[in-house]
Design a protein around this ligand. Structure first.
Ligand SMILES: NC(=O)c1ccc[n+]([C@@H]2O[C@H](COP(=O)([O-])OP(=O)(O)OC[C@H]3O[C@@H](n4cnc5c(N)ncnc54)[C@H](OP(=O)(O)O)[C@@H]3O)[C@@H](O)[C@H]2O)c1
Length: 281
């Protein structure tokens, strides 16, 4: 049975390329996203390269869809890696089940998915969890006791969700036996050619387009995906846990990643919001 990885957000951008590269390396790839047509194209590409792949559709704005995805994945005989990569940024304030949408999709969904899949990851040990965060987490502000966002700003919401990703990855690592499951956060660089900026306001889309034309500013989608593949597959990082990587380089995250009180408060509030016992794993 080949090593198996679930890559969320694998229908587009760095997740798509990472899924295809992992397939080339012989992994069985569970391709997740919302867009079935693009998902099936990724599956076809992986199968053409000689590996196994299956598409799973789930909208992370829907907690039940996350639970159903996890239930389907739990039917797999093994899960060696979970790449929590799916994310969005939305221009206008929206909610998913009472929570600001960006936080719900980018943080609460992977929190719940990891909770649901951790038993299978442990059974498949040594296993890895990789969380695609972002360098934007440095400018994020988060108060776990007050997650409302009355003066909505798309970048603030996105940065907050990405700070939550870093806090979650570090807290998860601190709760796990690293010999069984590691957890790390990842920053791919500024990758202007992905779909992330698709729904941004016109000024953001223009700024992104312009920035992508400046030599040395942007990272290619392939280079952004490379670090994801590295953290999922490379032997050199098999024992590394609780770390933050920018591409293949280990870097220091924001100092709040070391604030255990903040991490625990976010953990407990997240558990409450998705309806699980906070005392996990
Ligand atoms: N691009 C950058 O400059 C940059 C920089 C730092 C970090 N990142 C991070 O890199 C990761 C990948 O982003 P990307 O740049 O490759 O963007 P992308 O091309 O837009 O890919 C995002 C993926 O997430 C999925 N997704 C979005 N909303 C979803 C939802 N509600 N439910 C389920 N899946 C959903 C999309 O699926 P569908 O298309 O099928 O809906 C797609 O597969 C994200 O975590 C992002 O925060 C990106």
């Amino acid at each position: 049975m080949p090593r198996t990885v679930l890559v969320t957000g694998a229908t587009s951008g760095i997740g798509r390329v990472a899924a295809e590269r992992l397939g080339e390396r012989g992994w069985r790839v569970l391709v997740h996203g919302r867009n079935r047509e693009r998902g099936e194209r990724v599956v076809d590409a992986i199968e053409s390269a000689g590996s196994e792949a299956v598409f799973h559709r789930a909208d992370f704005a829907d907690v039940d869809a996350v639970r159903n995805l996890a239930a389907t994945v739990r039917e797999e005989p093994r899960l060696d890696a979970l790449v929590n990569n799916a994310a969005l940024s939305v221009n206008e304030y929206r909610e998913a089940e009472g929570v600001e949408l960006t936080l719900a999709v980018n943080h609460l969904a992977p929190y719940l998915l990891t909770h649901e899949l951790l038993p299978l990851l442990r059974e498949s040990a040594p296993a890895r969890v990789v969380v695609t965060a972002s360098g934007v987490h440095f400018r994020g502000e988060i108060d776990p006791e007050n997650l409302s966002m009355p003066d909505y700003d798309a970048l603030d919401a996105y940065a907050r969700s990405k700070l939550a990703n870093v806090l979650f990855a570090v807290e998860l690592a601190s709760r796990l036996d690293p010999a069984a499951v590691t957890a790390n956060a990842y920053h791919p660089g500024f990758v202007p050619d992905t779909g992330l900026y698709r729904d941004s306001s016109l000024p953001v889309r223009l700024a992104t387009r312009l920035a992508s034309l400046v030599p040395g500013v942007g990272t290619s989608t392939a280079a952004g995906a490379d670090g994801l593949v590295y953290l999922t597959d490379a032997d050199d990082v098999a024992d590394v846990t609780g770390a933050y990587f920018a591409r293949r380089e280990r870097e220091e995250p924001d100092s709040r990643a070391h604030d255990t009180g903040l991490r625990e408060r976010l953990w407990d509030v997240s558990a409450d919001l998705v309806g699980v016992d906070p005392d996990w794993p």
